[in-house]
Structure formats: structure tokens, C-alpha cells
Design a protein around this ligand. Structure first.
Ligand code: SAM
Length: 290
């Protein structure tokens, strides 16, 4: 069945727009394009006092903590990508790119190196329309590969669509896989990592985030599991979970060595100023292909 543009992609772009609207010096992340890339219905809420009030609470699992985590994971991946490019990496692939603006924000640092965005056709089409309408003065340097990971393999897409995008197998590649793995069936996660491993050169890197179901029978743990399940009501149910403790061995079994696994507390210590709490059920992982 054909599916529409991803709503979770709009939600995380909204969180980045909110972060960027914070006063200078209080931001985890600078993403000046996020607000402009938002579909119309979201935009008035970015600076709404009501929304600011809702996000201000310091509850460890509240909306403010989720918004902060989304901003911090993006910043953490930005930092890893920047180091990769500075060290001479050759190309970038963003898997499930949504409204990611790195092709705009990193255009200068990419200095002509390819950046390929892979996503659902519908999400990609909506993003391209928003880019043309809202950011006409900046030309995105991305090329696009529309696929559904559940129905087409990444390997086929990258190898067969070469006339439309600039991916070259065996090059030293940085794969961004942000906010995506948890929505895929475990077999698709395996298939995608297999393609990343087979198609990329030695020293290629992948940065992603992971969701792990909170354990226990406390009301809070149950509420958080129910909250995650509610994503199914917008057609994007969570299907894959991995704890930070299991991440290194999971990736090692698939041909990758973990460079860093970072839980939300460590992310908060690094980036979140003023005692902001970051949502605890997620972690970020940076691995290198061996
Ligand atoms: C939470 S959004 C994250 C978007 C972007 N990475 C970001 O951080 O802003 C999830 C993204 O994964 C994509 N996605 C989820 N399942 C997918 C699938 N089976 N095939 C292709 N893309 C998928 C959605 O279209 C969406 O862009």
C-alpha cells in the first residue's frame, strides 16, 4: 500500500526548530533551516508561548526531555560527521533523511563530496517541494534515492539507481541512520546493515540512535511503553529495540566496531545546558566498518 509523508519526520524537525528558536547560548543545536522546512501546520507552534510552557517542565520523560534528546542526537551526529569529513571521508548517505538539513548546513564542508538522501518516496517528495518553496535561495547539494526499506533492499536501490544519485560503492562513506532503525522490522535492520557493510569501503562509519523498551512493571515504565506503542496510531509503530548495553556486540556481529555508545545522561552532560533532562529510553551509537 502506498504511504504518505512521515509524521515523525515532521515532529523531529519541529523539535529542531524549537531548539533553534532558543536564545543564543542556550541551544544544543543550530539548525536555521528546520523552521523553514516545516509543513505549514507546525510553524505557528515553534514560537508559541503555550508550546514553550509545555516544554519547560523538567520531567525526565516529559515532552521537553524528548525534544532535548532529539536536538542532542542531531548535534552528536553532526559532530561525528564533521570529524569524518575533516579526516577526508568520501561520501555521505542519510538513511530515512526526513527533513534533515545537513545537505544545506554542511554544503561548504562537503566541498563537492556526494551526499545522498534515502527515504520513503512520499516524504522525499514533500521535502523537495518545501525546499523549493521555502529555501529557494540555497541549493541543496543532495541527490535523492526514494525507497521503502521494508519492500526494496538498500543494496538494490544504491546499486540500481546510480544514474539518479551519486553513490559509489567501496568508498569511505558516512551513513546517518537517525530516528529510523526503531521503525523497521528486525530483518530489515539486518538487511540494511548488511548492505551498508557490503557497499562501503573500509573505515566507513555509521551513526544511529536506538530505542530500548523501559523494563519493569512500574506505572512509569508501562506508560512509556504505551507511549511508544501509540506511534502505531500515526502508522509508524516501533518495531526494533536494542539496549545500549547490547549495542557493541550487536554491531560487532554484523562487521562493525563501536567507537562510542552514548546514553542520554552522557549526552546531557555534554550538550544540555541549565540542567535540561534528556529522554532516557534512547541512546546513540557510532560504529566503524571493519
Ligand atoms: C523520525 S523520522 C527521522 C527523520 C530524519 N532522520 C531526522 O532525524 O530528522 C523517520 C524517518 O524514517 C523514514 N522511514 C521509516 N521507515 C522507513 C522505510 N521503511 N523506508 C524508508 N524510510 C523509512 C521516514 O520516512 C522518516 O523520514
Amino acid at each position: 500500500m502506498p504511504r504518505g509523508p512521515s509524521l515523525t519526520a515532521e515532529a523531529v524537525c519541529f523539535f529542531r526548530a524549537i531548539e533553534n528558536a532558543r536564545p543564543e547560548g542556550e541551544r544544543i543545536l543550530e539548525d536555521p533551516f528546520a523552521e523553514r522546512l516545516l509543513p505549514r501546520a507546525w510553524r505557528p507552534w515553534v514560537r508559541s508561548p503555550l508550546m514553550q510552557l509545555g516544554l519547560r517542565g523538567r520531567l525526565p520523560v516529559g515532552p521537553g526531555a524528548l525534544q532535548g534528546f532529539v536536538a542532542a542526537r542531531h548535534r552528536w551526529i553532526d559532530d561525528a560527521l564533521g570529524r569524518f569529513l575533516d579526516a577526508g571521508g568520501e561520501q555521505v548517505v542519510i538513511l530515512g533523511a526526513g527533513y534533515d538539513s545537513r545537505a544545506l548546513r554542511f554544503a561548504e564542508r562537503l566541498a563537492g563530496r556526494p551526499i545522498i538522501e534515502v527515504d520513503f518516496p512520499a516524504t522525499q517528495k514533500k521535502k523537495q517541494a518545501l525546499l523549493a518553496a521555502r529555501v529557494p535561495e540555497v541549493k541543496s547539494v543532495a541527490t535523492y534515492l526514494p525507497i521503502d526499506f521494508e519492500h526494496h533492499t538498500l543494496e538494490e536501490g544504491l546499486l540500481e539507481g546510480a544514474e539518479h544519485h551519486q553513490f559509489e560503492p567501496d568508498k569511505r562513506t558516512f551513513f546517518v541512520w537517525e530516528g529510523v532503525a526503531m521503525y523497521l522490522h528486525p530483518d530489515t535492520v539486518d538487511q540494511t546493515l548488511g548492505a551498508v557493510h557490503r557497499l562501503s569501503g573500509s573505515g566507513s562509519e555509521l551513526a544511529c540512535d536506538l530505542w530500548s523498551a523501559p523494563a519493569g512493571t512500574t506505572i512509569e515504565a508501562r506508560m512509556r511503553r504505551i507511549g511508544a506503542r501509540m506511534l502505531g496510531t500515526v502508522g509508524e509503530p516501533i518495531r526494533f529495540a536494542l539496549t545500549p548495553a547490547d549495542a557493541a556486540s550487536f554491531f560487532e556481529a554484523r562487521g562493525f566496531r563501536a567507537l562510542e555508545v552514548c546514553e542520554s545522561e552522557a549526552l546531557a552532560a555534554r550538550y544540555a545546558l541549565g540542567k535540561r533532562r534528556l529522554f532516557p529510553d534512547n541512546s546513540v551509537v557510532h560504529v566503524v566498518r571493519v
